[in-house]
Write a protein that binds this ligand. Sequence first.
Ligand code: SF4
Length: 203
Amino acid sequence: MLKISEIFWSAQGEGLNCGKQAIFIRLSGCSLQCSFCDTKESWQASRSIRTEKIIARVEKFTLRFHTKLVIITGGEPLEQDLTELVSSLKAKNYQIALETNGIYFQNLSLDHITISPKPAAAYRINQQWKRISEIKLVIDRKISFQTIKKLAESYPDIPLFLQPEKYWPDSYQKCWKFFKQASQINLYQVRLGIQLQNFYQIR
Ligand code: SF4
């Protein structure tokens, strides 16, 4: 049983998979409660759903839209045990992407791992994560370039996206400033990020 906020089909709006069609499983609950969180509705307690039911809903979307990419997101999905969900999806040949704040670790069979470290956890990434696909950092009012630099230097081969904060329009300028600073010191993996869903006004 997992506490699920919503399951839906859409386009991935961020990061390396930007623009790809996908089925999203949004889990409920997140203990960090960031001020800039754009999925606050997922913090609320919601009803638990059995894994078989979740898979059945995912398969319905596949029948309609033919996508085999599932994005497990939240809230913070790793605050619940994903072992059964991930193994059941794998058994049905789904590609699985996970979006997490990086505090917790579970040994899961994942195809794509997005870590978005958060200020409430001092931008810490659990050291057990050895195979990260990308890092995303929300550029809010408080984040400093030092944080970008430290993370980029710790993970030199992993794309690091500067993610504009949805509720703060000046974030774009700050992303651009940090992008230029990063390029001046050869942090070539730092990239400008976007949230396509805001421009298309989709989920
Ligand atoms: S870690 Fe993510 S889901 Fe949790 S409160 Fe922060 S932005 Fe929202």
